[in-house]
Design a protein. Structure first.
Length: 302
């Protein structure tokens, strides 16, 4: 049981919770009423869907993970590589978690006034996580994993926060997903950097495996720069007054940007050094999300 629990990789849950809270707080700032029960149930839809990805990815990537050494954020958990007898339980846990997520989505649909396509949103979210590494699609092996991760972490998760508070999605509600998708893409590139050698051996066609660590670090720096620019420039061009001062978020975004610039300049080629930079960058991203939560929740509580 402890080994099966390790497959959940709880460190990733911090970021998904923070992203969901950003979306929920943004929905409230746009005028949605505050309902803690509604927000909690909304997150309970996301939680098993996210956990399922951890179990299914380890199950379907076990052959690739044999070539890799796990780190805090990459290379899988390593549990199934050393305990092949746990593969089948891991698969059934993943399937059960998907069903729980969809079941809770149905419950939310019954309890609250949301459009029927809300359930489709939940199903698609779970399906993307499954098809990410599951055959026959194995989208991460076809060079699509980066875009799917950016879409999931930057759109689907915070979008769910907006959706459960507002009951719908519109242009204002989706505004925040733009920088978050940039951060999601930077995140997955960082995760891929330590696994270049293993992914090449396993024919996993990630962007970094095909283009190298230097490309990954450079792309991370550029993505974080554009995301920071968004916070400073969108208030100038946006047609309506914004319910939170984006300049504050822009200054907070200098934290991951600083790490991104270091990544961009240093671009270490060896795995050992690269892991240190990757951990620093992902840690800075997580801290930025948490601080953004604090700012937005405080603003929403006024």
């Amino acid at each position: 049981m402890p080994k099966l629990l390790q497959l959940a990789r709880p460190q990733f849950l911090i970021a998904s919770l923070a992203l969901f809270i950003i979306g929920a707080a943004w929905g409230i700032l746009l005028g949605a009423p505050v309902s803690l029960l509604r927000i909690l149930l909304g997150y309970l839809i996301i939680l098993p869907a996210h956990l399922s990805v951890s179990y299914s990815n380890d199950y379907f990537d076990v052959e690739v993970d044999k070539h890799s050494k796990p780190t805090l954020f990459s290379g899988g958990s390593g549990i199934l590589v050393e305990n092949l007898h746990l593969r089948k339980p891991a698969l059934w846990i993943a399937i059960t978690l998907n069903l729980c997520s969809v079941g809770l989505g149905i419950l939310f649909l019954i309890l609250y006034s949301v459009p029927i396509w809300f359930l489709g949103y939940v199903v698609v979210s779970n399906l993307i996580g499954w098809l990410y590494s599951a055959p026959p699609f194995r989208l991460v092996y076809r060079g699509l994993g980066e875009l799917l991760t950016a879409f999931t972490s930057g759109f689907l998760i915070p979008g769910m926060g907006v959706l459960v508070t507002q009951g719908t999605l519109n242009g204002d509600g989706l505004l925040f997903t733009i920088p978050l998708m940039l951060y999601g893409l930077a995140f997955i590139l960082a995760v891929e950097i330590p696994d270049v050698e293993a992914d090449c051996l396993g024919e996993k066609k990630t962007w970094v495996a095909r283009k190298g660590r230097g490309f990954g670090f450079t792309a991370i720096g550029l993505l974080l720069l554009v995301a920071t620019g968004f916070f400073f420039f969108i208030p100038v061009f946006y047609a309506h007054p914004l319910p939170v001062d984006f300049r504050i978020l822009g200054f907070l975004s200098l934290l991951p940007l600083g790490m991104g610039v270091i990544d961009w300049v240093k671009r270490p080629a060896d795995r050992h050094t690269a892991v240190k930079y990757v951990n620093g960058t992902i840690g800075a991203l997580a801290l930025f999300f948490i601080l953004t939560d604090v700012v937005m929740v405080l603003e929403a509580s006024r």
